[in-house]
Design a protein around this ligand. Structure first.
Ligand code: THU
Length: 128
């Protein structure tokens, strides 16, 4: 799948964001090894701290489907923002070298990697 197509799916997921408090809608589309896509949007809560980011919704959806190998992730926000630290860490557990496309609301994007976003990371190997 082309990056542009994955970005389009992240934008579609963004349209489903539940973000009445921050009004900051985020969509994520995670391309799995088998070519399918797990999507996520941020889901906020009146108890603010219970909010879950779009990226973790997408990742947990994939893992719950038994999928743990990923090719790329697209994240869509209004301004083309980067990913929060919590999501970087959670993604790193499964895909430390993941390709990441960071898109704005118009679908313009830049491409980076999780290794670049989270250098010198803490991972499962440290516990062995
Ligand atoms: N948010 C995400 O969904 N992903 C990120 O990487 C950064 C932040 C959400 C959480 C909250 O609903 C809103 O954006 C503002 O922080």
């Amino acid at each position: 799948m082309k990056p542009e197509e994955l970005v389009a799916l992240a934008l579609a997921a963004r349209a489903r964001a539940y973000a009445p408090y921050s009004k900051f809608a985020v969509g994520a589309a995670l391309l799995l090894e088998d070519g399918s896509v797990a999507s996520g949007c941020n889901v906020e809560n009146a108890s603010y701290g219970l909010t879950v980011c779009a990226e973790r919704v997408a990742l947990f959806t994939a893992v719950a489907q038994g999928k743990r190998s990923f090719q790329a992730l697209a994240v869509a926000t209004g301004p083309g923002a980067s990913m929060c630290g919590a999501c970087r860490q959670v993604l790193c557990e499964f895909a430390p070298g993941l390709t990441v496309h960071l898109a704005d609301k118009n679908g313009r994007f830049r491409t980076t990697t999780l290794a670049e976003l989270l250098p010198d990371s803490f991972g499962p190997e440290a516990l062995r």
